[in-house]
Design a protein around this ligand. Structure first.
Ligand code: FES
Length: 340
């Protein structure tokens, strides 16, 4: 049966990479495309190693036959290039980096596939020749025949004198060299691929909740105001000195009790346990009545703690809230308010 060629698959993969890179650029795409290169290199390496090893012998030879010196193999180079590409892709956030791998890969695969087809259509004279036969071993004008171990053992049991030839250290065969380098390459390739996958899974550039929200200029939030920012699911509170500030606090609107959204109730009146006086305006959870003051500090209800708050940064008058960095609420919430 005709052996399947790897090249059409490689060509298809490379073309797919080109299309993906052009339709939807991806950060670190050089690294992801290089994973494909490493996989292709390893598959080619395996195919070459199997070809060199040939079919398993019917009887295990007593001595490994002398093999020709190792010839140059380009698969390790492809795997190495892939590993370098993965490393480069992890460092540079180049959106079109995949094309560095995909374009030459497509050209190379198309050329190699064309060569395979050309050879199949017009086989070269060398291919029609009979495979070379290993020359017989001749010592002192006599042809030596290999002896099976069981025959040797039977002769020794019968009292025959047996002379053993001292064999010097054998050079590393091409098969063993390929085998050893393959496992090293496989390990390095897998390591690089795992690094690339971890990089891919790592959250970055998140927009909306979970990422950094630009809340705009501090002028939009006068002292004493509470502004709901739906994109980040928080209340931006500008605390006055009387409220524990001054400064800006981002309170996560999720109630620490069972997760209901906590609204600001400007007309709700409740006795402040700190002063013992009635005060108007509280964060009040509609689900079970947990009540929090201006800084989100719990004063009443089943909530186990005060409202959680997010990291606030103010630079050049612009407020950024990192909704991925949430600190559990405590009675000291107001201390986290960032001064304007
Ligand atoms: Fe808010 Fe229960 S969910 S008090």
């Amino acid at each position: 049966m005709q052996r399947l060629s790897l090249w059409p698959v490689v060509l298809g993969l490379a073309l797919a990479m080109i299309v993906v890179a052009l339709v939807k650029p991806v950060e670190h795409s050089l690294g992801y495309a290089s994973v494909a290169l490493v996989v292709i290199g390893l598959i080619g390496w395996v195919m070459e190693a199997r070809e060199v090893a040939g079919p398993p012998p019917a009887v295990e030879p007593e001595h490994e036959e002398e093999e020709p010196a190792p010839g140059p193999s380009y698969w390790p180079l492809i795997v190495a290039a892939g590993i370098v590409g993965i490393a480069g892709g992890l460092v540079y956030e180049w959106e079109y980096g995949a094309l560095i791998i995909a374009l030459p890969l497509a050209v190379g695969a198309a050329a190699a596939w064309g060569e395979v087809v050309r050879r199949e259509i017009a086989p070269s004279p060398g291919q029609e020749e009979a495979p070379p036969v290993a020359p017989p071993v001749v010592v002192g004008g006599r042809v030596l025949m290999p002896v099976a171990p069981n025959v040797l053992a039977a002769q020794a049991a019968g009292g025959a004198a047996i002379a053993l030839e001292r064999v010097g250290p054998r050079p590393i065969s091409r098969r063993n060299l390929l085998r050893a380098t393959f496992w090293v390459g496989l390990g390095a390739g897998l390591l690089a691929a795992v690094a690339s996958i971890i990089d891919f899974m790592y959250p970055r550039g998140i927009v909306g909740f979970g990422g950094v929200i630009n809340a705009g200029s501090v002028d939009r939030y006068p002292p004493g105001t509470k502004t709901q920012v739906p994109a980040g699911r928080f209340w931006l509170v500008h605390l006055t000195a009387e409220q524990g500030g001054p400064g800006i606090l981002a309170l996560w609107w999720k109630c620490p009790h069972l997760g209901c959204t906590v609204p600001w109730r400007p007309t709700f009146t409740f006795t402040d346990p700190g002063t013992g006086e009635a005060k108007q305006g509280w964060f009040r959870c509609p689900c079970h009545g947990s009540t929090y003051n201006d800084a989100g500090v719990r004063v009443f209800g089943p909530a186990p703690r005060s409202m959680d708050h997010m990291e606030v940064t103010i630079e050049n008058g612009q407020i950024s809230v990192n909704t991925g960095k949430i600190t559990k609420g405590t009675p000291d919430n107001a201390q986290f308010a960032v001064k304007v």
